[in-house]
Structures are given as C-alpha cells and as structure tokens.
Design a binder for this molecule. Structure first.
Ligand code: C2E
Ligand code: CA
Ligand code: CA
Ligand code: CA
Length: 281
C-alpha cells in the first residue's frame, strides 16, 4: 500500500475475491462480510433530504441517502463504503434493499399526509448494469405498492461510457414504467449536448461544486440550466447552503433546490415530523 489515505487490496490468504478496505487514517477495516452483516443486522439506515421549491419552500420530494451506523466504529459515510460495496458486489443486495425501503416509506408518507412526494434513489453504475436491473425496479415497486410516478432514479453521466445502446434501452423501459431519471452530479463528467439528447432523461442535477462558486462565477450553472431548458427537461441544484446562492439560482431560472440552506438529510422519523408539520421549509 502506498501512503494514500484509502487503499483497497486483495488479501490473498482470506480467499478468492475477498476484498478488504483500509482506511489508514482511522485504522478502520471494512470487509464484504461486514457490509452483508450490516444489512442483516439492520445497521443500515436511510436518511432523507428534502427537495424544495426555492420560491415557496414547499417540499416536493426527497433524496434517500444511505447511512451505516456501525456498533463500534460509529457512523460510516456512504462515500467510504459504497465504493467497497461496488467492488465486492454487495451493492446489489444493498441497492435493492435501499430501493424497496425508500419506495415503502414514500408510499406510507404520501398516504399518511395525502401528498405527492417523489423519492429520488441513488443508483450505482454496477446496479444499473445488471441484466435484471429493470426486473429489480419492478419488484420494488410491486412489493412497496408505490405508484411509479413517485419514483425517480439518480444515475451519473458515466453510466453510458460503455454499452450506450443498452443504457438507452433500459432508460426507455424505465420511462415506460413511469419512473423518472435524473443525471446526478451533472457537469462533472463530459457529456456533450448531442450525447445527452440521446438519453431519455427527465432531470439534470447541478453538482454542488458549481453551486459553491455560483455567486462569483455562474457560467457553468447557467450553461446547465440553459441546456436543460433547450432539452425540455427539469433542473435541480444540490448543495445549496446560502441565501445568495439560492437567489442566483432563482435568477437563472432554477427553482428546484436541495441543500443545507433548507435542510440536512434527516432520519425517517424527523422527516415525517416535518411532513406532518406542514410540508414546508
Ligand atoms: P450525492 O448523491 O451527490 O448526494 C449528495 C451528498 O451531499 C450527500 O452526502 C448529502 O448529504 C450531501 N449534501 C446535501 N446537501 C448539502 C449541502 O448543502 N452541503 C454539503 N456540504 N453537503 C450536502 P452523503 O449523504 O454523504 O452521500 C455521499 C454520496 O454517497 C452520494 O452523493 C451518493 O453518491 C452516495 N450514496 C448515498 N446513498 C446512496 C445509495 O443509497 N446508493 C448509492 N449507490 N449511493 C449512495
Ligand atoms: Ca444523488
Ligand atoms: Ca449529487
Ligand atoms: Ca455530488
């Protein structure tokens, strides 16, 4: 291992395809077994971050964000364990659990508060690439009894690097199901307009890095918002922390907002309280 903070390598004497993940700073060691166990022992939990109408403060939906509350190591960030889950394949089981859980929760909340919240679920490229991905989505919808129009999947630009045709076919199937799709972290990849035009997607999600600087330089954010308008699709900004960023986004025509300015990701109970209180931030 070099002196990078995070290094992943195969521990040969632990058997085939058995990866371990070392965080050299914290001396933490995460393994595939731990991830599977986390799922079985209910150490994984979904938090929900509101998506709001930036003008009215109305909650229009929420993004589900995975949390791992490890009994000894405490809270472990998804940025740390999702890559391991992808590397070891446990992302398949975890991802299906996430989708089903988020759908069930949303069906209950919509029923309870008589609302039409759309839940956004992050999908890993590994998950999306599975031949039975669409079947898995159908299964989650069926088991949760959620109307597909209340489900949105967040994928990233890098999804169609290979197998563009297969990706497009799957996106068409999702559209037929009534599920919507957003391109997450938009602008950090290398999608051209002509490439984007081929993808049947519903929303571009402006990455936080472009929101961070937006007051000083709004070139990229403006470009993305105009691009969405030209494609006839929606746009949302993530990582909005300050009033001046919100105002700039509103000025550019982006009214759909997510970020600490309105709310951090919340545990399900807290999110529910928010809904009961009146669906507004
Ligand atoms: P992401 O999809 O880009 O999610 C946005 C991240 O920014 C979240 O971090 C969220 O908590 C954080 N965030 C939201 N608003 C603000 C803000 O105003 N300021 C700042 N500084 N941060 C903000 P989180 O929850 O740690 O998730 C990190 C990444 O892990 C996510 O990035 C996503 O790529 C991945 N992830 C989370 N849950 C899942 C999941 O269920 N499945 C998969 N495949 N990936 C997931
Ligand atoms: Ca996301
Ligand atoms: Ca994002
Ligand atoms: Ca991001």
């Amino acid at each position: 291992i070099n002196n990078a903070d995070l290094a992943m390598y195969n521990v040969k004497n632990r058997g085939k395809n058995d990866f371990e993940f070392y965080d050299l700073n914290m001396r933490n060691k995460l393994s595939k077994e731990m991830l599977i166990k986390a799922l079985e022992e209910e150490e994984l939990e979904l938090y929900y971050q509101p998506k709001v109408n930036g003008v009215t403060g109305d909650i229009t939906g929420m993004e589900s964000l995975l949390r791992w509350n490890h009994p000894e190591k405490g809270f472990i960030s998804p940025a740390e364990f999702i890559p391991l889950a992808e590397e070891t394949g446990s992302i398949i089981a975890i991802g299906e659990w996430v989708l089903k859980k988020a759908c069930e929760q949303t069906r209950r909340w919509n029923q309870m508060t008589n609302s039409s919240l759309v839940v956004a679920v992050n999908i890993s490229n590994i998950q999306f690439g599975k031949v039975d991905f669409i079947e898995m989505v159908k299964r989650a919808l069926k088991e949760s009894k959620l109307n597909p129009k209340y489900l949105e999947l967040e994928i990233t630009e890098s999804i169609a690097v290979n197998n563009e045709e297969e990706v497009i076919n799957k996106l068409i199937l999702l559209k037929e199901l009534g599920v919507s799709v957003a391109i997450d972290d938009f602008g950090t990849g290398y999608s051209s307009l002509s490439y984007l035009q081929k993808l049947p997607i519903d929303t571009l999600k402006i990455d936080k890095v472009f929101v961070d600087d937006i007051v000083k330089d709004d070139t990229i954010a403006k470009m993305i918002i105009d691009m969405a308008q030209n494609l006839g699709i929606s746009v949302i900004a993530e990582g909005v922390e300050r009033e001046d960023q919100l105002n700039q986004l509103l000025k550019l025509g982006c009214g759909s907002i997510q970020g600490y300015l309105f709310s951090r990701p919340l545990p399900a109970e807290k999110f529910k309280d928010l809904l009961i209180k009146g669906n507004q931030l």
